[in-house]
Design a protein. Sequence first.
Length: 202
Amino acid sequence: MEHTLDTQIWLPQPPEEVFPFFCDAFNLERITPDALRFRIVTPRPITMGVGATIDYRLRLRGIPFSWQTLISDWRPPFGFDDEQVTGPFGRWVHRHRFVASDGGTLMIDRIDYALPLSPVSDILHPLVRNELLAIFRYRHEAIRELFQLDSDVGTTILIDARQPAVRDSNPAGEAWAVKLLYDGACPFCRKEVEWLQRWDKT
């Protein structure tokens, strides 16, 4: 099953000033939670444009992953798309848009994604959803500091059209109840279950 993640935040600078920051892949390290240990392994400099590939390393719940994305669309200073070539998701297409608005820029992120081994793995989507919400909340807070935004500047995060928008004023998000059946045979799944048990107690 495919899902969508939509986020937006207004920045006071025009698209011509905002775009260079977000098209520099190395700036992703500055707006990604430290717990992910996100690192770009492609050597500098990276020449951005259609066909460029970028390699990353990160950890999800302590498990290391390699991730490679391909720049499939490039339209400075108004947008670009990156698509997962290899990585932890079954599908991941991230569309970045920079729209001139109210003397600044409305930055819009739209991600179409699917879990690996879907639909069997879709039972874990509530967990993935909560992690994505946490990552993008962190990202928006980092952007607030970097672009010196006032605290009253609103942001919106939405995962799937059927779900309500999650705003900064509601950091807890929506509660989910998940029943997970596990036979104990898969060591990778055991790590997932142990993480879920720890998370459920917090």
